[in-house]
Structure formats: structure tokens, C-alpha cells
Write a protein that binds this ligand. Structure first.
Ligand code: ZN
Ligand code: ZN
Length: 306
């Protein structure tokens, strides 16, 4: 149901269409206006065509997995829950070893630590990073790997098409200089080719820079074990503490700092997202064993007293 709601997000649907259109347009221009005219007489036409299409295939596969995968939606309770006795419930949950579980008023359910409510999906998502319109889905614990792979292959495709277009354009200028006097190429097709080159260059630079920035942010958030939502919340808490302590420094006792996440090695944090396989497997949109974050697996749902 939430998936259907997610699919109905107009911004997400437009971004999905734009993604597919951009990918197929780049493939069309690279084959039709870059490889065939510039490399038709050599084996490089086949090599570049195969490698570029392999990257696009992996890009689309990762994108499809990121779009269709469950990002880690917290299941809704089958029956309505009574939150009137919330404090005693929470203390009982902590006794059972479920510390950090909170209540979502919108979903009307308990959610595990680091889960947040997404207004677009209208559900709580485990270790929610953000809602991404480009995949029309949330980026959460279970699909972050596919999202990062999608960013990686988009960056690679952008860089590859950039290099191919620039080299083909230079080749065209060079060959035109050599045979300028002999035969003048018909101007409409020349303008059309240059037009396609400019559009693809702009597309490659825009998407390339965009995805590289997000890719970097994603890696930093994994290595620091802090999602953007948690970074913002912690920053707000720190500034809030600073202002409150400066206003009433003597009367009230200082608020305790937010509990830091367990300090794990960077490789362990990366493996939680990309799986325990080899680094080569990290590049493929394959299902990996579910991580057990902070010792609390999802099977450790508290048995609700309803
Ligand atoms: Zn919720
Ligand atoms: Zn969402």
C-alpha cells in the first residue's frame, strides 16, 4: 500500500521518466553521433559501445533495485495499539533489551532505533537516509547499497560519455580541417550533431557533478555511522544545549549529550551496507545478507501487549 502511495508521488514519477529518458538519450547520441561516425573503421567502436552499454545496463539494474526494493519499512501493527500507558510500555521494552525504540504517532506503531517517518512514503523507514525522487523511494537500511551503486554507475556513465563526446568532437574538427576544401558537409546535419554533442555534454556534467556530490555524502554518512537526519538532529541538539546553557548557566543542570553510536571500524560499517562479500560483489546489484545493526536485528521486535 505504501509502495503504491510512493509511486503516486508526482515529483518521483517525473524524475523516474527523466532518468530513463536521459539514459536512453545518452546511449542514442553516443552510438549514433559519436561512435559510428568517429570509430566506424576500428575495433574501438565495438569496444566503447559494449563497455558503455554494460555501464548503462548496470546503472538501470541498480536503479530498478533501488526503486523496487523495500527500503526497510517498519511494519504496521495488525491491530490498533494503545499508547495511553506509553511510559510504562517504554520501560518494559527497555527491560526486554529494546532500548532506543520510539513511537511514531503517524504510523501508530513502535519503531526500532534510527527509524524515521517519511512524509512521502507515509511510513517509518529503518535507518532512513532521505527520500529520493530520482528513485521514487526512500533510501533506507535495505536499499542504500543499490542507491549508492546507481550513483556510482551514473557517475561512470557521465564521465565516459564526456570523454567520448570531447574526443569525437576533436576528431571531427581535425577531419574537417583536413578535408575542408574538398567537400563541404551539409550544414543541417553538422548543426544537428553539434547540438546533440552540446546537450549530452551538459547532461553529463550536470548529472556527473550531482551524483558525485551525493555519492561522497553517502560514503561519509556510512563511515561516520550517521545519517543526514541524525546529523541534523545532533547539530540542533548541540546548538540548543549551547543556547540554553548560555541563557541559564547557573540554575539548571546541563542536558546529557545525545548517545553516540557504537564506534565500529570503517570496513565493518561499509560491510553493513554492502554485504559481507568481496569488494567486487559490492559493485553488483545482488542481494546481500541482511546486516545486524547495533545487535538489534529486526526479528527482535517487541511482542506487543495489545
Ligand atoms: Zn511513521
Ligand atoms: Zn520516503
Amino acid at each position: 500500500m505504501a509502495f503504491v502511495r510512493c509511486r503516486r508521488d508526482p515529483c518521483g514519477v517525473i524524475c523516474l521518466i527523466l532518468t530513463y529518458f536521459s539514459v536512453f538519450y545518452a546511449d542514442y547520441v553516443v552510438i549514433q553521433y559519436v561512435l559510428i561516425p568517429a570509430y566506424s573503421d576500428s575495433v574501438w567502436c565495438t569496444v566503447h559501445g559494449s563497455v558503455f552499454n554494460l555501464i548503462l545496463l548496470l546503472l538501470l539494474a541498480c536503479h530498478a533495485k533501488a526503486v523496487c526494493s523495500d527500503p526497510g519499512m517498519v511494519p504496521l501493527p495488525e491491530t490498533a495499539m494503545d499508547f495511553s500507558d506509553l511510559r510504562s510500555q517504554s520501560s518494559r521494552m527497555n527491560e526486554r533489551g529494546c532500548e532506543g525504540w520510539t513511537v511514531c504517532n503517524r504510523c501508530e506503531t513502535y519503531r526500532p532505533p534510527r527509524a524515521h517517518h517519511c512524509k512521502v512514503c507515509q511510513r517509518c523507514i529503518r535507518r532512513m537516509d532521505h527520500h529520493c525522487p530520482w528513485i521514487n523511494n526512500c533510501v533506507g537500511e535495505l536499499n542504500q547499497k543499490y542507491f549508492i551503486q546507481f550513483l556510482f554507475y551514473t557517475g561512470m556513465a557521465s564521465l565516459y560519455s564526456l570523454v567520448l563526446v570531447v574526443s569525437a568532437w576533436l576528431w571531427r574538427i581535425h577531419s574537417e580541417r583536413e578535408g575542408a576544401e574538398k567537400e563541404g558537409e551539409e550544414t543541417p546535419s553538422k548543426h544537428l550533431i553539434v547540438g546533440h554533442y552540446i546537450i549530452l555534454l551538459a547532461e553529463s556534467v550536470l548529472f556527473g557533478v550531482f551524483v558525485m556530490v551525493i555519492f561522497y555524502d553517502q560514503l561519509v554518512s556510512i563511515i561516520t555511522d550517521e545519517t543526514p537526519i541524525e546529523q541534523l538532529r545532533n547539530r540542533l541538539m548541540i546548538t540548543g544545549q549551547g543556547s540554553s546553557s548560555s541563557s541559564s548557566s547557573s540554575s539548571s543542570s546541563p542536558q546529557p549529550p545525545p548517545p553516540p553510536h557504537t564506534r565500529k571500524p570503517k570496513m565493518a560499517l561499509l560491510k553493513e551496507v554492502f554485504g559481507r562479500g568481496s569488494v567486487f560483489c559490492w559493485l553488483l546489484p545482488l542481494h546481500s545478507s541482511p546486516p545486524s545493526v547495533g545487535g538489534i536485528t529486526y526479528s527482535a521486535l517487541p511482542d506487543y501487549d495489545v
